[in-house]
Ligand binder design. Structure first.
Ligand SMILES: [Zn+2]
Length: 282
């Protein structure tokens, strides 16, 4: 799933390219993509795009007093195409056709339709249920004191940092990177962190998300690739050497994701039980 840096670079690129372009039509070939029906999607026709911004892991296409809010979920992509797609393209979920031949296209890979969009009056966006429960943005991170309050809870760091109600924008990839950078165990409890650990975590979030964005600014041109060139050091690198200390990166497999960490620097030398393995052994 695209996380804060990937969605942010998409918003920046789309905004740069689509700003000022007048919307000709908007349609939703994805049968379940639109979660709202009033105002109708057609109300976008004739409006210029004011810009595209990121809210958490969502993209907001702004057109006057209307905002089209898009959540890519795990397999969605929102890209600007020079040519319009055929309506038979089964990956298309939402098409915002601009003057000329260009088209903002939400596509989704795989058979599931999970990506969604809402067309909202601009002044209703903040109160929408998709936003109302979001914690503060992860980047730039909230001030240290506020951050300390947010994460000193009796929960494990890994799920807590991915919980958008605590802090918004971090998911399964960047959480591994951030915890590795802070040298903290994914299973440490938030309320168990001393001041030094809280500070390390705070600056790790700032550093890693900031570096990722700087990296994307450099390597991503005008169009958004299907797969972002993520500058990852431990996530999905189980079995490789830790780039800092050379210890073998270990992984814990969950049903739908993998958690990677350096046992030497994060868990005091302990290799955590791999739930996939222990299930097989039962
Ligand atoms: Zn290490």
């Amino acid at each position: 799933m695209p996380e804060l840096p990937e969605v942010e670079i998409a918003a920046r690129r789309l905004s740069r390219a689509a700003k000022g372009a007048v919307i000709e039509t908007a349609l939703a070939p994805g049968m379940v993509t639109m979660k709202t029906f009033d105002p109708p999607l057609d109300a976008l026709a004739g409006r210029p795009v004011d810009g595209v911004r990121r809210i958490g892991k969502m993209l907001a296409i702004e057109a006057g007093d209307l905002t089209l809010l898009v959540h890519l979920m795990s397999a969605g992509r929102l890209q600007l195409w020079d040519k319009r797609s055929s309506l038979r393209d089964r990956s298309s979920r939402l098409l915002v056709r601009l003057e000329g031949e260009r088209e903002l296209r939400l596509r989704e890979f795989g058979t599931q339709q999970r990506a969604w969009a809402k067309l909202l009056p601009a002044d209703h966006v903040d109160a929408d249920e998709a936003l109302a429960k979001l914690g503060p943005e992860a980047y730039p991170p909230p001030p240290l004191e506020q951050f300390a309050e947010l994460i000193r809870q009796p929960h494990h760091l890994h799920p807590m940092l991915r919980d958008q109600r605590t802090i918004t924008g971090i998911g399964r990839s960047w959480v591994d990177e951030i915890l590795w950078t802070a040298e903290l165990s994914p299973f440490r409890q938030g309320n168990d962190l001393d001041d030094d650990a809280v500070e390390r975590l705070h600056s790790a979030i700032d550093e890693r998300l900031g570096d990722a964005l700087a990296h994307y600014e450099e390597v991503i041109g005008d169009s958004i690739p299907d797969k972002a060139p993520m500058p990852l050091k431990v996530h999905r690198r189980a079995g490789e050497d830790c780039p800092r200390c050379g210890t073998k990166i270990e992984a814990v497999h969950f049903k739908d994701y993998v958690m990677c960490y350096c046992p030497n620097e994060q868990t005091g030398g302990r290799v955590l039980k791999d739930r996939r393995l222990s299930r097989l052994l039962k």
